[in-house]
Ligand binder design. Structure first.
Ligand code: MN
Length: 210
């Protein structure tokens, strides 16, 4: 089995009260585990892709045989997205702040950090049903906000509205917030800034810009 569930870099209860420990436990060990298992199932008996990384699978989704592409898109996307999500969160007070370079890129695209946060939350609110809101860096090194349905992500060029390298993304599936916030997605989106791991977002920005 090539892909495995990652461990968390913090305890299940470390993001409380923003995200409760039961949500963290179920989200990772049930939902994320199912994406991993179904991705492995889809790729079983496909030796051509045995050495592909998750990034390669997302970027080259169009090269995956049509017979398994939907399975790989949904479950591979689910695995990539959640692996990123756990990394770009940290306990309140431990996530640092946007780097000068990232802050400048956000200011250039969104006007200010405040309007970025507002637009990012709006992208999450406007995503009908299940999906993700993203901050991506594009080929010209500018950053932009986008959202995707289901478990799609901006690496899936040709399959999504805006392709780019994700710097951060928030899961707006109900399973990400329903135990604590019920139907109040806006409250979840507003509270989530307290647990953003800017240190990791900065690292992704630097890596993508070189
Ligand atoms: Mn999820």
């Amino acid at each position: 089995m090539p892909f495995t569930l990652p461990t968390l870099p913090y305890a299940d209860n470390a993001l409380e009260p923003t995200i409760d420990s039961k949500t963290m436990l179920i989200h990772r060990t049930k939902h994320h585990q199912a994406y991993v298992d179904n991705l492995n199932k889809a790729l079983d008996g496909q030796p051509a892709f045995a050495n592909w990384t998750m990034d390669e699978i997302c970027v080259q989704l169009g090269s995956i045989p049509e017979t398994i592409r939907a399975m790989v898109r949904n479950n591979g996307g689910g695995h990539w997205n959640h692996s990123m999500f756990w990394q770009i969160m940290a306990p309140t007070g431990q996530g640092g702040a946007p780097s000068a370079g990232l802050a400048a890129a956000i200011d250039a695209s969104c006007g200010s950090m405040d309007s970025f946060k507002k637009s990012f939350a709006e992208a999450g609110m406007k995503r009908f049903g299940s999906g993700w809101a993203w901050l991506v860096v594009k080929g010209d090194r500018s950053v932009a906000i986008t959202s995707t349905p289901n478990q799609d992500n901006p690496l899936m060029k040709g399959f999504v509205d805006m392709a780019g390298t994700p710097l951060m993304g928030i899961d707006v599936w109900e399973h990400a917030y329903y135990l604590n916030y019920q139907n109040r997605r806006a409250d979840y989106l507003a509270a989530w800034w307290d647990v953003v791991n800017w240190n990791e977002v900065n690292r992704r920005f630097t890596a993508a810009a070189h």
